[in-house]
Design a protein around this ligand. Structure first.
Ligand code: FES
Length: 118
């Protein structure tokens, strides 16, 4: 990572898709990096697990490349976009690195099961 005044100006990430996606989002937004930058490395750790019960909250980001949340996917699914490809066309989720495709599928599955996100 290359930073100036806590703002990410460049980075290289190899074999760490979630970290890379988070860094891309921070880069695009010009957001300040967390004080403890090692937190960013945890996203690809073997023990990374989103908090139980909150993984499907509407404000949880599913696609880090494009900043698409569970709520946006659920809303798109309500408009009959019920496949990962349709969600990609409607929201751009999954159209970057593609690392979130399985997660988009999980959100769609949950939407199909429960009709909406809790
Ligand atoms: S996280 Fe890269 S395309 Fe969704």
């Amino acid at each position: 990572m290359v930073t100036r005044s806590g703002i990410l100006e460049g980075c290289v990430s190899v074999g760490m898709p979630r970290t890379a996606a988070e860094l891309t989002l921070l880069f695009e937004r010009g957001s300040e990096l967390p004080a403890d930058r090692s937190v960013l490395l945890c996203y690809d750790g073997p023990d990374y697990e989103p908090e139980a019960g909150s993984a499907f909250a509407v404000d949880v980001t599913v696609c880090w490349c494009n900043g698409v949340t569970v709520g946006a996917i659920a809303e798109s699914a309500e408009a009959s976009n019920t496949s990962v490809a349709c969600i990609g066309a409607a929201t751009r989720a999954g159209t970057g690195c593609g690392g979130c495709a399985m997660r988009i599928g999980e959100v769609l599955e949950r939407f199909a099961t429960f009709g909406s996100t809790p």
